[in-house]
Design a protein around this ligand. Structure first.
Ligand code: ADP
Ligand code: ZN
Length: 720
């Protein structure tokens, strides 16, 4: 049992060339029959760390997972790789369960998924059954459920300590995406694996771009955001059920396939909506946080928070559902101080002062993240005790300039509000005072101050941001404690006296639409065709589309245009099993698309995953390449010369020029010899083909190129 065997399986079954992060050492530990704990972010690739050993070991690998609803998908996914797996849960009929037991006993199954309550159920003595067969590995998925410190405690998980007691010789691997030290210790303790190897991978999700927007006209900002993401899948989180319903409805009114999801909906509706989302029928799901636990959909391109999450853990987990396939994805949060104040109300846990304090501190950190002006990724990783050097270059703060302006007058208003009220109030009260609030909390004597209402023209959020700015610049001093108050420093007094100027910073509103540079470089139309092929295959097998291939793999196909099976196999995500089973159908579509458009294989351009290629190259867009060809043509160069200079195929150049026939900038007889034009026209009319070049080419033979045929076809269409 060696790692090279594991490497081989990674390639032939799963279609990946290299292990990621701690996959290799974790698999090595398991193969050496050592216990281990693996911490990896969502989408990191934890599953293969027990799936590959399961295939190498002789006996059964038992996977304990809390998510009954997901078991079928996980098993379907394994079967799509040709791996024999099954599951056992309380939703199955007795007959179905008997069949599973039979398959286990006969040694057909390599992996069996089971929920903890089913494993420990006393009726059929499942554990006794296990002792009659060869169990080679226990895998405990979502292992943080064992800890009451975690955010998803499940008491039945704590009873899993029985496994090590009854099967001391069977190695155990625990897996989770929760990093916390306390939770980590709890897992080792409750599973009785104190000496386990612990592998902690980086929690950075480099492909997710973090953006925070002031919460103002947020629905319209959301529409602006969605405008350039029309065909993409995403989750929009809202705090309340009512706002879930409203936002989903409003999005539908705008033409988006959006469905609601919250605990108040009937179970059947919830299931339907969730499946519609998983199957790409509904692009957007608008949901409360009830949605998402275990949603294993790899092509979620964005996660939007319309309201503030209550702590960084939740925010990170929810945003982490974007981009599991590694492609560029977005996390957008609408932030307002009003949300912070609202959540503060909820954070008070009755009769538990320590717990309340923890919740409030976590909320403050969430608010701090919302108001941050430095790299957001660095802040998030630091929160999870991970150092990150420098700026990430992939968050709003790394990408936007803050506008600096002379804020002396604003500062004077703010400072004077603090001084005139005796320097014993906090930001909230001072902002209310400046904005002339009629709230009951406002003291009568303060309503008669000159500063009362002098800042009504500035929004609440802007005022909060200015106060923060003034505190950071040490014009104001914030006291510690639960209700911090603001006092004016010496420097602040100089500002009030008019002897010192203040620069304030204002965030300029950013364009939420995706910029061209972020777009990936692949044939969009072909990608859509490939998705249809995938949908057809998925329907045929009654599995979600991503089980066949992820979007990332389809994008590779649409970028590198493989022309045969050996080229196909070079793409990420295509192992030998899926190659034979699915690739012929995709290959056919790619080949006919390439033919139609005069394109050839670009497999030689593939180095590493397409995402880095797309970023590094920044190739000119299609529009540019067409005009380059056109301009050279107008300079008097022949098609053959242009092809040579540009390093492209003659057929590609012909194809470029064909696009200018429709608008009359290129005449058909500039590309095709007049004698040939007649022959092609006749063939087109006789064969009555519309938009299909291959049959015509077959009919006319080698003396006519695809480009020539296409040119005449375009010309005919133009005439019509
Ligand atoms: P997790 O359970 O950690 O959230 P998964 O095990 O579901 O993540 O894996 C996420 C995705 O990454 C899957 O599509 C999986 O096939 C893919 N993947 C796993 N290992 C690799 C690898 N070494 N290289 C590329 N992709 C991988
Ligand atoms: Zn950054």
């Amino acid at each position: 049992m060696t790692i090279s065997q594991a490497q081989e399986i990674l390639k032939t079954r799963f279609g990946y060339n290299d292990f990621r992060m701690h996959q290799q050492p974790a698999i090595e530990a398991v193969l050496a029959r050592r216990d281990c704990l693996l911490l990896m972010p969502t989408g990191g690739g934890k599953s293969v760390c027990y799936q590959i050993p399961a295939m190498i070991f002789d006996g059964l690998t038992l996977v304990i997972s809390p998510l009954i609803a997901l078991m079928k998908d996980q098993v379907d996914a394994l079967r799509s790789y040709g791996i024999n797996a099954g599951y056992l849960n309380s939703m199955q009929t007795a007959a179905e369960q008997v069949e599973v037991f039979r398959a286990v006993r006969s040694g057909e199954l390599k992996l069996l998924y089971v929920a903890p309550e089913r494993l420990l159920q006393s009726g059929d003595r499942f554990l006794d059954f296990l002792s009659t067969i060869t169990v080679s590995l226990f895998a405990i998925d979502e292992a943080h459920c064992i800890s009451s410190w975690g955010h998803d405690f499940r008491p039945e998980y704590q009873r899993l300590s029985v496994l090590k007691r009854e099967f001391p010789g069977v190695p155990l691997i625990a897996l989770t995406a929760t990093a916390d030290d306390l939770v980590r210790e709890d897992i080792l303790r409750h599973l009785s694996i104190p000496d386990a190897d612990v592998f902690v991978s980086s929690f950075n999700r480099p492909n997710i771009k973090y953006t925070v927007e002031p919460k103002r006209d947020s629905f319209y900002r959301l529409l602006e955001f969605l405008q350039t993401r029309k065909d993409e899948s995403g989750i929009v989180y809202c705090l309340s059920r009512a706002s879930v319903e409203r936002v989903a409805e409003d999005l539908r009114a705008e033409g988006y396939a959006a469905l609601p999801y919250h605990a108040g909906l009937e179970r059947s509706v919830r299931e339907h909506n969730q499946n519609a989302f998983l199957n790409d029928e509904a692009k957007i799901v608008v949901a409360t946080i009830a949605f998402g636990m275990g949603i294993d959909k790899s092509n979620v391109r964005f996660v939007v928070h319309m309201d503030l999450p209550k702590n960084i853990e939740s925010y990170y987990q929810e945003t982490g559902r974007a981009g599991r396939d590694g492609l560029p994805s977005d996390a957008l949060l609408f932030y307002s101080i009003a949300d912070v104040l609202k959540l503060k109300g909820f954070a008070e846990v009755e009769g538990d002062a320590t717990q309340s304090e923890v919740m409030l501190r976590k909320l403050d950190q969430m608010a701090e993240f919302g108001e941050l002006r430095t790299c957001r990724r660095r802040y998030l990783l630091a929160y999870f005790s991970e150092a990150f050097e420098g700026d990430c270059g992939n968050c709003d703060n790394c990408n936007t300039e803050f506008e600096t302006f002379d804020g002396t007058i604003i500062a004077q208003k703010a400072l004077s509000a603090a001084v005139r009220t005796g320097q014993v109030f906090g930001t909230g009260y001072l902002v209310d005072l400046l904005r002339g609030s009629k709230s009951q909390k406002m003291r009568l004597e303060h309503m008669n101050l000159k500063t009362y209402g002098v800042g009504a023209d500035i929004s609440k959020d802007d005022w909060f941001s200015y106060f923060k700015d003034l505190t950071e610049q040490r014009f104001l001093l914030k006291s510690s404690g639960q209700y911090p108050t603001l006092s004016v420093t010496k420097a602040g007094m100089e500002v009030l006296a008019g002897s010192r100027k203040v620069d304030l910073h204002k965030l300029t509103q950013v364009d939420l639409r995706r910029t061209a540079g972020e777009a990936m470089d692949f044939e969009k139309d072909l990608f859509e065709e490939l998705r249809r092929v995938r949908m057809r295959l998925a329907d045929g097998e009654d599995v979600p589309p991503y089980v066949i291939f992820s979007d990332a793999t389809l994008i590779e196909m649409a970028a590198f245009l493989p022309q045969d099976m050996s080229e196909m196999q070079k793409l990420s995500g295509i192992g030998a099993f899926k190659l034979d089973k699915y690739c012929p159908a995709f290959l056919e579509v790619i080949k006919s698309y390439s033919e139609k458009n005069g394109l050839g294989s670009k497999i030689d351009e593939r180095r590493g995953p397409v995402r880095s290629a797309a970023k590094a190259k920044r190739k000119p867009t299609a529009g540019d390449t067409f005009s380059t060809t056109y301009n050279m043509f107008r300079e008097g160069k022949s098609i053959a010369e242009i092809a040579k200079v540009r390093g492209l195929a003659v057929s590609t150049i012909e194809n470029h020029l064909c696009r200018f026939i429709a608008d009359g900038r290129v005449r058909v007889d500039e590309i095709v010899e007049p004698a040939k034009i007649e022959a092609i026209r006749k063939a087109l009319i006789e064969l009555k083909v519309e938009n299909q070049i291959s049959p015509v080419k077959e009919y006319l033979g080698d003396d006519f190129s695809y480009g020539e045929i296409r040119a005449v076809m375009e010309d005919l269409i133009k005439e019509e």
